[in-house]
Design a protein around this ligand. Structure first.
Ligand code: ZN
Length: 70
């Protein structure tokens, strides 16, 4: 599980992977992807602002859920 920051020019709304709120994408988007570079989804600015430690903790739980589904 890793982050990618990409420049964004789209003005579409996305749903945050962590808090499930829909938000307007900003000029820089934070994308969560696996080690192969497949994107799981975007993280909203509010969650981004909580810092990488907090995000990592949330994503740990998220990847645990993925493992449970499998
Ligand atoms: Zn969020």
């Amino acid at each position: 599980m890793q982050f990618q920051i990409e420049c964004n020019t789209e003005k579409t709304r996305k749903v945050c992977l962590i808090c499930h709120q829909s938000f307007q994408m900003l000029a820089a988007r934070l994308i969560v992807c696996n080690d192969e570079g497949d994107g799981y989804g975007d993280i909203c600015p509010q969650c981004t602002a909580r810092g990488s430690d907090w995000i990592h903790h949330q994503l740990q739980e998220f990847s645990n859920q993925l493992l449970t589904i499998k």
